[in-house]
Design a protein around this ligand. Structure first.
Ligand code: GLN
Length: 303
C-alpha cells in the first residue's frame, strides 16, 4: 500500500499545478468572492490519526455538507417518520431544482437536495426556537469533530437570506403541500444558518469519524444508522453528479457549494477535501479529482 502522507502531498502538488480550478458559486455573494485556487485535504484513518496536505487550517463554508449532520439528528429525533415527508431516491436534478418538487407534489426526492434538507431542518426545529435547534446542530458537529472552535458565519447566512430566492420558492412550495410545520421564513432562517457553519478540512474529517464505523472512533449513532447515512451519501450526496462520483471515486460522499466534500471509506477513513471552484454539478472540481486519485492509489473504492 502506498504511503498515505506521500499520496496526499502529491495530490496537493497536482491540484496546484492544475490549469482549471472550476467556478466558485456566484449565487451566494459571500462565496462568489472566494479565490478558487485553494486546496486542502485531511484524512482521519481508523486508528484515529490525522494525515493532511494543503490549506488545512483555512475555515470554509461547509454548506450542504451539514445536511449529513442534520439528517443524523433528525433520524435520532423523528426516526422513520421522516420518510413519510421525504424520499430516499437520487433526484437526477440540480440541488436546487424546483420543477421536480412541483411534479412530485411537494415530497422531495431525498434529504440532500435543498428541498429535502429544508424538510429535514423543519423536523429538527419541531416546535423549538431556531436558536435551540441551531445549538443542537452545532453541539452535534462540535462533539463529532472533538473541537469547540466551530462557528456559524453570520455574514454568509445573511447573504443567503438576502439572495436565496430559489430556496424561498422551494420552502413555499413545501408549505403549499403541507410539508412544513413551521413558517418558510423560520425554517429557512435555521437552514441558512446551519449551511453557514465554517470548518477547516481537519475539523471536517474529524467530524466525519462517526460515519467510519471503526472501534476507537467516536460513536454517535447506531451501526445501522451509519450504514444508512453512508448509503444516502453514495446515492444522493452529489445531486445529479452522484452516479459519476460513485463511478470515479467509489465511496460515499457529500459535497457543499462552498467547495468542500466529506467522503467516507467505511471501516477505514474519513476524508475532507476542499477546493472552492465547482464543476457543472455544483461539486468541487479539484476536490473530486483528488478523491478519484486518492481512492485509486489507496485502493479505497468500496466496489
Ligand atoms: N446553502 C446552499 C443553498 O441552499 C447549500 C447548497 C449546496 O451546498 N449545494 O443553496
Amino acid at each position: 500500500m502506498p504511503d498515505l502522507d506521500s499520496v496526499l502531498q502529491k495530490l496537493d502538488r497536482d491540484a496546484r499545478a492544475a490549469a482549471d480550478w472550476g467556478q466558485v458559486a456566484s449565487y451566494i455573494p459571500q462565496l462568489a468572492g472566494v479565490d478558487p485556487a485553494q486546496f486542502a485535504i485531511s484524512v482521519v484513518t481508523a486508528d484515529g490519526r490525522l494525515h493532511q496536505a494543503g490549506d488545512t487550517h483555512v475555515p470554509f463554508s461547509v454548506q450542504s455538507i451539514t445536511k449529513v449532520f442534520t439528517l443524523a439528528i433528525t433520524l435520532g429525533r423523528a426516526g422513520d417518520q421522516l420518510w413519510t415527508r421525504v424520499g430516499r431516491e437520487p433526484s437526477g436534478r440540480a440541488f436546487n431544482s424546483i420543477v421536480q418538487l412541483e411534479q412530485e407534489n411537494g415530497r422531495p426526492r431525498n434529504p440532500f437536495i435543498n428541498a429535502g434538507a429544508i424538510v429535514t431542518t423543519d423536523a429538527v426545529l419541531g416546535r423549538r426556537a431556531p436558536r435551540e435547534a441551531l445549538a443542537e446542530i452545532i453541539r452535534f458537529v462540535r462533539t463529532a469533530a472533538g473541537s469547540e472552535d466551530i462557528h456559524i458565519n453570520e455574514t454568509v447566512a445573511a447573504s443567503e437570506t438576502d439572495f436565496g430566492h430559489r430556496n424561498f420558492a422551494l420552502a413555499h412550495f413545501l408549505a403549499a403541500h403541507d410539508n412544513l410545520t413551521n413558517s418558510p421564513e423560520k425554517v429557512l432562517g435555521t437552514y441558512f444558518h446551519h449551511c453557514a457553519i465554517e470548518m477547516t478540512t481537519a475539523q471536517l474529517a474529524m467530524a466525519g469519524r462517526f460515519l467510519v464505523h471503526a472501534p476507537g472512533l467516536p460513536r454517535l449513532v447506531s451501526p445501522r444508522r451509519i450504514r444508512r447515512l453512508n448509503a444516502m451519501m453514495l446515492t444522493c450526496g452529489h445531486y445529479d453528479g452522484s452516479g459519476d462520483f460513485a463511478y470515479r471515486v467509489g465511496i460515499p460522499g457529500k459535497s457543499g457549494v462552498g467547495g468542500g466534500i466529506l467522503a467516507i471509506v467505511p471501516h477505514t477513513a474519513a476524508i475532507a477535501v476542499w477546493s472552492p471552484g465547482l464543476n457543472r454539478y455544483g461539486n468541487s472540481h479539484r476536490g473530486t479529482e483528488a478523491l478519484a486519485e486518492l481512492t485509486t492509489r489507496m485502493d479505497w473504492s468500496i466496489f
